[in-house]
Design a protein around this ligand. Sequence first.
Ligand code: ADP
Ligand code: MG
Length: 484
Amino acid sequence: MQWETVIGLEVHVQLATRSKIFSGASTAFGAEPNTQACAVDLGLPGVLPVLNEAAVAMAVKFGLAIHAEIPEVSVFDRKNYFYPDLPKGYQTSQMYQPIVGAGEVEITLEDGTTKPIRVHHAHLEEDAGKSLHEDFHGMTGVDLNRAGTPLLEIVSEPDMRSAKEAAAYLKAIHSIVTYLGISDGNMAEGSMRCDVNVSVRPKGQEAFGTRAEIKNVNSFRFVERAIAFEVERQIELLEDGGKVVQETRLFDPERDETRSMRTKEEANDYRYFPCPDLLPVVLDKAYIDHLRDNLPELPAEKRARFENELGLSAYDASVLSATREMADYFEEVKDVCLDAKQAANWVQGELAGALNRENLSIANSPVSARQLGELVARVIDDTINGKAAKQVFQALWNGQGASADDIIEAQGLKQVTDTGAIEAMIDQVIADSPAQVAQYRDAEPDKRGKMIGYFVGQVMKASRGTANPQQVNELLRQKLDALC
Ligand code: ADP
Ligand code: MG
């Protein structure tokens, strides 16, 4: 039997407001426990929440970016449950009238194809605190700094059909929210996490299978691994004649498996009702239009411009527009060297390779975009050859000079294009290599092409890599053929 995977994601994005969604307490990451939780966050008697307008603006910007409907009225509800990290006894969320209606996110797969994924809605809510089970012997600590931090929960339709599509969707959301500047997107610090709903159905069947929901997955890689495990588990279960039960599971990255947390029967009854402390949010058209008019260029638009106006391939355009930092870096390199294709090659080749090796993000690149742009310009104007360019790049990376020109000068890497100088080196190499010359002479003419590599290598070495390789090739061929 052939199976088809069906996936829907609920992505929680922490919004980059300075204060909390209903209080003035700071949202900064990493403070001492409980130093950033005020009376409102603790739900002390007599306090009232005040909605943070910045959170509203950020949610609406997201809605506009995914071409969603923005309803005129949205309403906050109380989701009631008891938990030590939720001192109010309820989470303020939006159940029935969310701030962002139906929209659409386009994902790009590895082969460059695109697919639209529908978003059911996105709603605002507050985060809970954190229970600390490890720090105290025989006790659990509670840190309420995170309580009241604004979250935007983005709920997709079950439109994804593979782990790769789910990861691509998460990446698309990540790039939209970081382009908009509404979240730092820092997954390691929990700024983006998602609940992954997975089911399988026989290929061709229209009705969805029963789904399991994997809670709180916090990296692109874990999303893929959790889905891979879950799909296999469900198929095995069904093929053995069993049934998938609707339940909440958790992903354990260490054991690379998902485990049951609670089944539907044990699920909470949240007794949702409109929060009497908060007025409905009413947005007028002028407010929404103002936000729309001030949206930055978004990933999809940038990708299209890179492709259509700069002539990059679909793949390059998609890689280089994936994050705002990457796009800005690339554009600066291009503006300095004035060649988009060369800029794209260097950013994705030499630079990306070096960043990967040292596990650095582009924001922390030791080589600035201007430095790289100037280096690429020296390749384009033939001041240095490709080999020397790599040396210059390494030197810039190691901080051995402030600019490509300084390094070229200091290390004598300027390309030798003077025919006389190159000929002198060639004559020397030929004189020093009688055995190879004899071999060359005795070889069939169609085999000689390959043998020339040895001589090219020797001449390049003699020039310390600075000779123009094309000229070396041409002149060598003439001189060697003249000996035959
Ligand atoms: P609930 O109200 O129980 O939370 P929703 O209808 O809101 O359920 O769906 C929650 C998430 O689960 C959505 O992202 C949706 O796309 C996804 N989903 C719903 N049904 C399925 C299914 N059969 N398989 C996979 N994902 C699903
Ligand atoms: Mg739901």
